[in-house]
Design a binder for this molecule. Structure first.
Ligand code: ZN
Ligand code: ZN
Length: 378
């Protein structure tokens, strides 16, 4: 924790009152909350730091300790982001903080007993171009801490009872005494033996070794909505790690990556397509059947169309995930100049050149004169 300064993290001075600390925390926690900053890892990091800083400065004991020594000895359980899986879960929950900050209407703070909401779990899935546009049902596998079925998450062997915790005599809290150069600091703490529940198990559940949770592979059918794209994050509420001591589970976050298409290119809501046409088609016009993601659609290319001309099929693009409606298909016409000509084609082009006064296969002395005409030479 060397170098971590809770004061500068919250942007308050050393003399800040508890109210000022709370106000600064509230503002920053709202600003960096993951719900407001989806897919933003730096905001998530910032949010964790802000929370850590508040944990220190809102606790008079820890604040005094920090002021004296520049660090605190006890980190909040789980605050380090390590959740035992290394799968990118948060390791602590955001909902809990807001409950503590703004009240849950019952005056019960979950920090009194160490029942913690389960951590969130992240998984990556790949979708094809079409699946991302039209939506899909996908089976998503995740490795999570699940509630132990043997003991229903109690950690106690089936049928065995719980007794009063021998360390805290049922209060759920203990006093820790630290001798420092400034004297003794007495701090109430959550009892480590019973995690603040005040009871302990007579005999542990063999399946989960008394933890109440076991590692499990889960498979869930997820309906992917139409219009997702690479970088879209879907949340499946309650499908993360199980909570401890009856606390609610965390969430499952699905990070989406979308594959490329053979000839369509997606840019946000629009689908781009390059269509090659011939010289004669461009000059004289043509009707084309253009592939769209809904099947083919007729396109009228007028005579005299230049290479790079853009046509648009309204509403043939990607559905909008949030607002409804669809983007467009954007067609760029590219005129193909033939690289090799048959004698017959050469003949036809010579006739064309003669008819339009173009010199081919010789030096064209009329170019300067023509340019003069175009640019209005006097
Ligand atoms: Zn205890
Ligand atoms: Zn169990």
């Amino acid at each position: 924790m060397a170098g971590f300064d809770p004061y500068s993290t919250l942007g308050v001075g050393k003399e800040a009152t508890p109210d000022e600390v709370k106000k600064a925390y509230r503002n920053l926690a709202r600003k960096y909350h993951p719900d407001h900053n989806p897919n933003d890892n730096s905001a998530e990091e910032k949010f964790k730091e802000v929370k850590k800083a508040y944990d220190i400065l809102s606790d008079p004991g820890k604040r005094q300790q920090y002021d004296s020594f520049g660090f605190t000895g006890d980190e909040q359980p789980g605050a380090g982001g390590f959740n035992g899986f290394g799968d990118g879960g948060y390791g602590f929950n955001f909902g809990d903080i807001f409950e503590t900050m703004f009240g849950d209407g019952f005056g019960r703070s979950s920090s009194q007993t160490r029942s913690r909401q389960g951590a969130d779990v992240s998984v990556n899935i790949s979708l094809t171009f079409e699946e991302a546009i039209f939506g899909a049902e996908k089976e998503v596998a995740a490795r999570v801490m699940a509630t132990c079925e043997e003991c229903q998450g109690t950690g106690a062997k089936n049928g065995t009872e719980r007794r009063q915790c021998s360390q805290c005599q049922g209060s759920g809290r203990i006093q820790t005494v630290q001798n420092t150069i400034l004297g003794r600091i007495v701090q109430p703490r959550v009892c480590p033996k019973c995690n603040g529940t005040g009871t302990e198990i007579l005999q542990s559940c063999a399946n989960c070794r008394g933890q109440g949770r076991v590692e499990a592979n889960t498979r869930k059918k997820i309906n992917i909505p139409p219009g997702v794209d690479t970088g879209t994050r879907l949340r499946v509420s309650g499908a993360g790690h199980a909570g401890s001591n009856g606390a609610p589970p965390g969430d499952l976050y699905i990070h989406i990556a979308v594959g490329k298409h053979e000839y369509f290119e997606r840019k946000g809501q629009h689908i781009h397509l390059k269509v090659p046409i011939g010289l004669a088609q461009a000059a004289m016009g043509v009707e084309l059947d253009i592939p769209t993601i809904d099947g083919t659609k007729r396109l009228q290319v007028p005579g005299g169309t230049e290479s790079g001309t853009i046509f648009r099929f309204n509403g043939k693009g990607v559905p909008n995930l949030n607002r409804g409606g669809r983007g467009d298909q954007i067609i760029t016409v590219e005129i193909e100049v033939p690289k090799r000509l048959t004698p017959e084609q050469k003949d036809a082009l010579r006739k064309y050149a003669k008819a339009s006064g173009e010199t081919v296969e010789n030096i064209d002395n009329s170019l300067a004169a023509r340019l003069k005409r175009v640019f209005g030479g006097r």
